[in-house]
Design a protein around this ligand. Structure first.
Ligand code: DAH
Length: 343
């Protein structure tokens, strides 16, 4: 019977070419060629109607069997190809979860803050509290109440940034915090350090920035003398730079202290013999200081006939520069990680 032979040939050919289909395109080509509207099997099925009546049932049954068989083979082969494709993708895009990860880079304490923390700890042991005073200050407190009236020549050395209100400026030093602390505590005895940012309107160079830190110290009470100032700063120098530091107090002038001094320490690099760091003097300047001026004490609310006090002001960037032989203050605030990572 011709029809049965034809179906058998179609089935065998189709199964053979299906096995040769290796991808989605080949599979689709096979489906169109065999099961599609103009496909070989479809064509044979259309021929069933022309068969003699008695041959039709057997041929029809066989045709349905072949159609089911080919459709099932198609689905099975499609499944095989899809699985192969998934496996290939997984192999190509595999992540090796056993590789060590990239460590996140950790931030660190800025060198200015690191020294500030050391300074807090050292003065904290000596009973000094940290007192916060504002960066934006009144002209009155930054200058006038510290014995620097509007026409005073000391103002020339501390030009600053002003706001639209001429009475309000960015503080040029931490000394105005003295007035704020005294006014809060008077007439109780007081021991504070006042750390923070200061601002100067001046050219930025290796030695001067328009913004920097200072730490002010202030002690007020009954019977405080210059010996207390010397002892306090000596202890500070010993703790920060090592035991046995030599200090030298030179007469100087600051409007808010009387007497006023500049405090030098024997050079940490050469120990006093003279070198480039100390400009061959043997000494490094570490602080301005003095006994609080009676006018300033009174402005802070203390009776200068009963109370005395000492004050000092130092720059933590300068201290850090000395400690690590840093030759340019601009490194501190230019955010270059190559510099910051070294600390
Ligand atoms: N305020 C001064 C300055 O910025 C530093 C200073 C000197 C502070 C003497 C003091 C002091 O408390 O007694 O130049």
């Amino acid at each position: 019977m011709k029809m049965l032979d034809q179906l058998k040939t179609i089935e065998e050919d189709a199964l053979a070419t299906l096995a040769a289909a290796h991808d989605a395109a080949g599979l689709e080509g096979w489906r169109v060629a065999v099961l599609g509207r103009k496909g070989s099997l479809t064509h044979a099925l259309r021929g069933l109607g022309q068969l003699p009546r008695d041959e039709r049932p057997a041929a029809g049954a066989e045709a349905n069997r072949v159609k089911d068989r080919l459709e099932a083979a198609f689905s099975a082969h499609q499944e095989v190809l899809q699985q192969a494709e998934i496996a290939a993708t997984l192999a190509a895009e595999a992540v090796d979860v056993t590789l060590p990860g990239r460590p996140p880079s950790l931030g660190r304490i800025h060198p200015s803050n690191a020294v500030l923390r050391r300074i807090y700890a050292i003065f904290g042991q000596m009973g000094f509290q940290v007192y916060d005073a504002p960066d934006v200050e009144l002209d009155e407190i930054n200058f006038q109440l510290l014995n620097i009236p509007p026409d005073h020549p000391a103002r020339d050395m501390q030009d600053t940034f002003y706001t639209k209100d001429p009475a309000v400026l960015l503080r040029t030093h931490t000394s105005p915090g003295q007035i704020r602390a005294m006014r809060q505590f008077a007439p109780a005895p007081l021991r504070v350090i006042l750390p923070g940012k200061c601002f100067r309107y001046e050219q930025v160079t290796a030695r001067s920035e328009f913004m920097f830190h200072q730490v002010e110290g202030l002690a007020v009470g009954k019977g405080i003398t210059m010996a207390d100032l010397k002892g306090t700063l000596q202890e500070f120098a010993n703790q920060l730079y090592g035991e046995g530091r030599q200090l030298r107090f030179r007469c100087s002038y600051f409007p808010f202290v009387e007497p006023g001094v500049e405090v030098d320490m024997d050079c940490i690099l050469c120990g006093g013999r003279g070198c480039r760091l100390c400009k061959y003097s043997g000494w490094l300047e570490i602080s301005g200081a003095g006994m609080v001026h009676p006018v300033v004490l009174r402005n802070g609310g203390y009776d200068p006939a009963i109370y005395t006090g000492f004050a000092f002001g130092m720059g933590p960037e300068r201290i850090t520069m000395l400690k690590h032989s840093i030759d340019d203050i601009r490194y501190f605030f230019s955010n270059d990680v190559r510099f910051l990572e070294q600390f």
